[in-house]
Design a protein around this ligand. Structure first.
Ligand SMILES: [Zn+2]
Ligand SMILES: [Zn+2]
Length: 245
C-alpha cells in the first residue's frame, strides 16, 4: 500500500467509524459487501437488532400485536397526523439505542455515516429533506444536530437538496414534571419557519433520529404545512419505539 493509499484509508476511517456503533468492538474490514447492519455493528449487536417486522399502521408505523394486514391505527384515526407516513426499518432499543446514545451524547458525530446506512430506502416522492431542528443552546452544547447529519445522508442518497435552516426551534423549557397535554401544548409553540411559505408546494422528508410518541414530528410537520406551505410531509427516522407486538 502506498503512502497515499494509506493516507486515504486513514482519512476514510476517520469519516467512517470502523468499530461497532454500539459496543465499540473492532469490525472486520473485509465485511465491505455484508448487509448494512453487519458493517455498522459487530455480529453480536447486529443479531440483537429488532427490525420493524409485522403489520403496522400505515400512518405512524406503530406495529400491531395482532393484525393480518397494515391499516391505520386507532390513534391516527382519532387524531390524523399532519404527516403522510413514517419510514423506519428498525425498532428502538438494545444496541441501536446504545449506538444512538453514543452518537448524540458521546458525542460521536462520525457515527452519522455508518448509522445513516440503516435509514429506510423505501421509495417515496419527496423534494427536500428537512432535519428536526435543535434549539440554539442545545446545538451549541452538542456541537452538531444529529438529525441534520442523517438528513444530509438521506438527501444525498435520494438526490434531493437538504434545508437545515428554514425550520427552526425555539428555546424550550424543561419538560420534567409536565403532563402529556402540557408537553403537546409546549411543542405546538416550539417550531417556527424562518420565512412564511419557505416550503411552498414542496413535498418534505422530515428526518429525525428517533420517533417515540410522535409528538415532536407531529408538531414539526404541522408547522411545515401550516406556516411553511409544504404540500406533504413524510417522516424518516432511524428508529421507532413501538407498542407491539
Ligand atoms: Zn457490538
Ligand atoms: Zn398510527
Amino acid at each position: 500500500m502506498t503512502r497515499w493509499h494509506s493516507f486515504l484509508r486513514s482519512f476514510g476511517d476517520l469519516l467512517f467509524d470502523r468499530r461497532c456503533a454500539a459496543c465499540g468492538t473492532s469490525l472486520d474490514p473485509a465485511l465491505t459487501d455484508a448487509p448494512a447492519a453487519h458493517r455498522v455493528f459487530c455480529p453480536l449487536c447486529a443479531d440483537a437488532l429488532a427490525p420493524m417486522e409485522g403489520c403496522r399502521c400505515t400512518r405512524c408505523a406503530d406495529l400491531f400485536a395482532s393484525a393480518r394486514r397494515n391499516h391505520v391505527c386507532g390513534d391516527c384515526l382519532r387524531h390524523p397526523p399532519p404527516f403522510d407516513t413514517v419510514l423506519c426499518d428498525l425498532q428502538y432499543g438494545g444496541p441501536l439505542a446504545q449506538a444512538i446514545a453514543r452518537f448524540k451524547y458521546g458525542p460521536r458525530p462520525t457515527l452519522a455515516a455508518p448509522l445513516s446506512t440503516l435509514l429506510s430506502i423505501q421509495p417515496v416522492s419527496v423534494d427536500v429533506a428537512v432535519p428536526v431542528p435543535l434549539s440554539r443552546s442545545r446545538l451549541i452544547s452538542r456541537g452538531f444536530n444529529q438529525a441534520a447529519l442523517l438528513a444530509a445522508a438521506a438527501a444525498r442518497c435520494r438526490h434531493i437538496p437538504v434545508d437545515a435552516f428554514s425550520l427552526r426551534r425555539r428555546e424550550g423549557e424543561t419538560q420534567v414534571g409536565k403532563t402529556g397535554a402540557q408537553r403537546r401544548r409546549d411543542l405546538s409553540r416550539v417550531f417556527f419557519v424562518q420565512r412564511r411559505n419557505a416550503f411552498s408546494g414542496r413535498r418534505v422528508l422530515l428526518v429525525d433520529d428517533v420517533v417515540t410518541t410522535g409528538a415532536t414530528v407531529r408538531a414539526a410537520a404541522t408547522i411545515l404545512r401550516r406556516e411553511g406551505g409544504a404540500a406533504s410531509v413524510t417522516v424518516l427516522c432511524l428508529a421507532r419505539t413501538t407498542t407491539g407486538p
